[in-house]
Design a protein around this ligand. Structure first.
Ligand code: HEM
Length: 455
C-alpha cells in the first residue's frame, strides 16, 4: 500500500460528550457490547472512542485483529485486566505478560493437553450425572431451572476437581458454601474493569468481606492439596491435576499457586457455563434442532446412561454445529483490550493503522458473526458440510500464542451436557425475557427453562 498509515487522530467515531467522552453512551446504551458492532457498521471496522479524555481505538477489521492477536507476548499486552486480577489475588497465566507468561502458559497448556481429556472425562461425567439428577428433581416438581446457575455449578465442580483435585460438589450442595462465595469473586472483576471510579480502593462492602473469606478458603485448600501434590510429584507419577503439574516446578511461590488455581477456575467456569447456557437457550427455542440433538445423543450414548469415554462425543456433528452457532450468536468474549509495547503499524483492509506504544485498542473478536446469510437466525446447519462459513474475525477462543488452552476441555464439557440434557429432557422456555450482560465475560440473564421428560 502506497498511502501513509492512518494515525489515531485521523480516525472517526461517535461524538464524545465533554468530560465523560463516550462513556455515558456506553453505559446507557441498552445494546451493551453490541453497540461496538453497530458503531463498526456506522463508522467503518476501525474507529475511535473516548473514555473520559483517553482515546480508545476499536477494531473489528480482520487483518488488524489477526495481527494484534498473533503479535504476543512481545508486541501487545492485555489492558487493565492484568492489574485488576492481580488486585484480587488472581495472579496467573491470564494476566501475566512476557517471560512470566511464557513459563505459566507452558504449565497451563501441559495440564490442559488433549491427552489428559480421557482422564478428565470421569470427572466430567460424574458432574454430568449430578446435573441430570438435579434436573430430574426439578422436572418431577414441575419447577423451572435456572440454567446459568446450574451450568456454573457444573463447570465449577469440574474445574475445581481438575485444578486441585477437590470435589466441591456445588451441584448437590444446599445453601451457603464456597461455591457461593466464589460465584461472587468473579463478577467483581467485571465491576472493577468497567468502573469509571475505583471505589473499591476506599470502601469495603459486605461482598468484599465475603470475597476475602472465599480467598482464605481457597488459600487453605491449595495449601493442603499442594502438599499432597508435592509428595506425588516426588514419586515421579504423571500429574493428574493442574496443581500436580505445578508441583514439578521448583521456583513457584504460594501466591503464584493460589493465583494460578484461581485463574483456572475463573477461565474455565464462566466461559464454559455461559456457552452451555446459550446453547440450551437456542435449542429450547428451536424444537426441531433440539430433536436432532436428542436423536444424535440416543444414537451415540444409548437411550440412558453415560458414555464411558470421550469417543462417542465424536459422533455428535449436529450438536457440535449447534454449539458453534450459539458461540457465533453469543460469544462470551466479544471485546478484548490490548496495548502495543512499542510504536507499531497494523495492516488494515482499506488502510494501515499507526499505533503509538501504550495506545489502547479494543478488538471485536466476533465482528464477523454478521457476515453470514441471515445472521440473526440460529441455523446450526450452516456449520455442517464441506464449506462451513469462515467469517473473519470470529474467534470465540481467541487466536495466536495466547489462544485458549482450555478449548478442548470446554468443548467436551459443553457437548456432553448439551447432548445429555436434550436426550433426557424436553426443554421449553419459561416465558420470561432473556437478557445479556457483559462483566468479565458476556452471560445470559433471566434464562429459565421448563423441563419435560421422555425421548
Ligand atoms: C467455551 C468455553 C471457553 C471459551 C469461549 C474461552 C475463551 C477464551 C478466550 C477468548 C481467551 C483469550 C484468548 C486470547 O487472548 O487470544 C481465553 C484464554 C484462556 N482460557 Fe479459555 N475459554 C473457554 C474455556 C476455558 C477452560 C475450560 C479453561 C481451563 C480450565 C480455559 C483456560 C484459559 C486460560 C488459562 C486462558 C489464558 C491463556 C493465556 O493468556 O495464555 N478456558 N479463553
Amino acid at each position: 500500500m502506497s498511502t501513509a498509515p492512518r494515525t489515531v487522530d485521523e480516525l472517526t467515531g461517535p461524538r464524545p460528550l465533554p468530560v465523560v467522552g463516550n462513556l455515558v453512551r456506553m453505559r446507557t446504551d441498552r445494546e451493551g457490547h453490541r453497540a461496538y458492532d453497530r458503531w463498526a457498521r456506522e463508522y467503518g471496522p476501525t474507529y475511535l472512542l473516548r473514555f473520559g479524555r483517553m482515546p480508545i481505538v476499536v477494531s473489528g477489521d480482520g487483518p488488524i485483529v489477526e495481527a494484534v492477536l498473533r503479535d504476543r507476548p512481545h508486541g501487545f499486552t492485555r489492558t487493565r485486566v492484568g492489574p485488576v486480577l492481580e488486585g484480587l489475588g488472581i495472579d496467573g497465566v491470564f494476566g501475566a505478560e512476557g517471560e512470566r507468561w511464557r513459563r505459566l502458559r507452558k504449565l497451563a497448556a501441559q495440564s490442559l493437553n488433549a491427552a489428559y481429556l480421557r482422564e478428565y472425562f470421569t470427572t466430567i461425567t460424574r458432574s454430568g450425572t449430578r446435573l441430570r439428577t438435579r434436573w430430574a428433581s426439578a422436572a418431577a416438581d414441575g419447577r423451572p431451572v435456572d440454567v446459568l446457575d446450574d451450568m456454573m455449578r457444573f463447570t465449577l465442580d469440574v474445574t475445581t476437581t481438575l485444578a486441585i483435585g477437590h470435589d466441591l460438589n456445588a451441584l448437590e450442595a444446599a445453601g451457603d458454601g464456597l461455591h457461593r462465595r466464589l460465584a461472587e469473586l468473579f463478577p467483581e472483576i467485571g465491576r472493577r474493569l468497567y468502573a469509571p471510579v475505583p471505589l473499591h480502593r476506599w470502601i469495603t462492602l459486605p461482598r468484599d468481606r465475603r470475597r476475602e473469606r472465599a480467598m482464605r478458603e481457597v488459600d487453605a485448600l491449595v495449601r493442603v492439596a499442594y502438599a499432597e501434590a508435592r509428595s506425588r510429584a516426588a514419586t515421579g507419577a504423571k500429574p493428574r491435576t493442574f496443581l500436580e503439574a505445578l508441583a514439578g516446578v521448583a521456583d513457584v511461590t504460594h501466591e503464584e499457586l493460589v493465583g494460578n488455581v484461581l485463574t483456572m477456575l475463573l477461565a474455565g467456569q464462566d466461559t464454559t457455563s455461559s456457552t452451555a447456557a446459550w446453547t440450551l437457550h437456542y435449542l429450547s427455542r428451536h424444537p426441531e434442532a433440539q430433536q436432532r440433538v436428542r436423536n444424535e445423543a440416543v444414537a451415540a450414548f444409548g437411550p440412558s446412561g453415560m458414555p464411558a469415554d470421550p469417543g462417542p462425543l465424536r459422533a455428535l456433528p449436529f450438536t457440535d454445529a449447534a454449539i458453534r452457532e450459539a458461540m457465533r450468536l453469543r460469544p462470551i468474549a466479544p471485546v478484548m483490550g490490548f496495548r502495543p509495547t512499542r510504536d507499531t503499524v497494523l495492516p488494515g483492509t482499506g488502510y494501515d493503522l499507526r499505533l503509538p506504544a501504550g495506545q489502547s485498542i479494543l478488538l471485536l473478536l466476533a465482528h464477523g458473526a454478521r457476515s453470514v446469510d441471515d445472521p440473526d437466525a440460529f441455523r446450526p446447519e450452516r456449520w455442517l458440510g464441506d464449506n462451513p462459513p469462515t467469517p473473519a474475525p470470529l474467534h470465540p477462543f481467541g487466536a495466536g500464542p495466547r489462544f485458549c488452552p482450555g478449548h478442548n476441555l470446554a468443548l467436551v464439557e459443553v457437548a456432553l451436557v448439551t447432548a445429555l440434557l436434550c436426550r433426557d429432557f424436553r426443554l421449553t422456555p419459561d416465558g420470561g425475557p432473556v437478557g445479556e450482560k457483559l462483566a468479565f465475560t458476556a452471560f445470559p440473564t433471566g434464562l429459565r427453562l421448563r423441563l419435560g421428560v421422555g425421548q
